[in-house]
Design a protein around this ligand. Structure first.
Ligand code: KG4
Ligand code: ZN
Length: 348
């Protein structure tokens, strides 16, 4: 293939949890985004770290190969390789990191270590190949909700962002997945609760909110509250769950979404931001997307919601983050190591 001259071509690699993904971004536009989900965890009701890293090892070469082919790019055309450094499962991160280091060394091109949670926010700037998408204006607020995190992020610039509120225990995605497990729904439960809730009455059952100050969240009490609720209801009616599944899902989902948006509303009032956004796997939730649009109308804010494929874990967002870092020459050294925990800067 001929050289593409001054084009900026970033290969993104994501392997922080149970999705192996590779993407090609050319001059800030996405040309491919391949995601291999790992079915192996379904039987266990959650991600098994050892199985996840083994599956990443099997998937990484074919997934990268496919992403390059779909973008009609050969490895020699790449300008840089961006990979997830963390946070995430260490064994999983090691597969993507080692692959990026080896390929970068072989091609003699820079490697870029990306923060997974920043990348979820930066997904808002991904442009399609042939169509311009509107993007949020700085500063904006992003509610980042995933299986491992729940954060209110004040985004000052492409690379500069601070956490102004976050969960003090479980994440919102965990609250979905753990309730799903109690209901006998397969992992990951979030998407199925969302689907079942569509036929349910959200006012059927009520749950209470925890007392947490400021812009922080807590979800661990809800897990216990939900367990006691099911125990109480199934005491007299063994078929309670199967006869009321949609109503239970709708009420539980309504509770989580209202709680997430209650704090986001507070954050809007506190910061005066006019643009609001959501990111992370839970931002695929249809009720959250709908209610966010309503909140935007009520508060006079412009709302930004990424397409589904850029909400859950994907390498397009890693490549996007890499693109911004490439422009600032923020490259990693060959001795870079992945990190299971890396905090985003916190401010009050
Ligand atoms: O961002 P993500 O793909 O991976 C992490 O970085 O954690 O988020 C995964 C989480 C899981 O908890 C999953 O149940 C949740 O996102 N999720 C949803 C929906 N789709 C994915 N939760 C609620 N409704 C959905 N539609
Ligand atoms: Zn994620």
């Amino acid at each position: 293939m001929k050289s593409l001259g001054k084009d900026n071509i970033i290969l993104g690699i994501e392997s922080s949890c149970d999705d192996t993904s590779a993407a090609v971004l050319i001059n800030g536009r996405i040309y491919s985004n391949v995601v291999a989900n790992q079915e192996v965890h379904t039987a266990y009701g959650g991600v098994v770290p050892e199985l996840a890293s083994r599956a990443h090892q099997q998937n990484i070469v074919p997934v990268v190969d496919r992403a390059l082919k779909l973008a009609n790019i050969s490895a020699e055309n790449l300008s840089a390789i961006a990979f997830t450094k963390g946070p995430g499962l260490l064994g999983s991160l090691m597969v993507g990191t080692s692959f990026a280091k080896a390929l970068g060394l072989g091609l003699n091109i820079p490697i870029i270590d990306v923060h997974h949670m920043k990348a979820h926010v930066q997904a808002h700037f991904i442009q399609q190949k042939d169509k311009d998408q509107p993007v949020p204006k700085f500063p904006f607020l992003c509610l980042t909700v995933s299986g491992g995190h729940t954060q209110l992020v004040l985004v000052e610039d492409y690379l500069n962002m601070h956490v102004i509120g976050e969960t003090i225990d479980d994440a919102a995605g965990e609250a979905f997945d753990k309730a799903a497990k109690q209901l006998g729904i397969e992992y990951p439960g979030g998407p199925l609760i969302d689907k079942l809730a569509k036929d349910g009455n959200q006012n059927s059952y009520k749950f209470t909110y925890p007392k947490v100050d400021g812009l922080d969240y807590s979800f661990s009490g809800l897990k216990t509250q939900f367990l006691y609720f099911l125990q109480e209801k199934t005491k007299d009616d063994a078929n309670f769950i199967q006869n009321n599944l949609s109503d239970i899902c709708a009420s539980y989902q309504h509770h989580i979404v209202s709680y997430l948006l209650m704090k986001l509303k507070k954050a809007i009032q506190k910061t005066g931001c006019k643009d609001i956004a959501i990111a992370g796997g839970v931002s695929a939730n249809s009720k959250l997307r709908k209610e966010l649009v309503q909140l935007g109308k009520d508060m006079g804010c412009e709302v930004f919601i990424p397409p589904f494929e850029f909400c859950t874990d994907n390498a397009a967002m890693i490549a996007m983050s890499g693109y911004f870092m490439y422009q600032q020459n923020l490259f990693a050294k060959q001795n870079v190591t992945p990190m299971a925990r890396i905090n985003l800067a916190k401010s009050s």
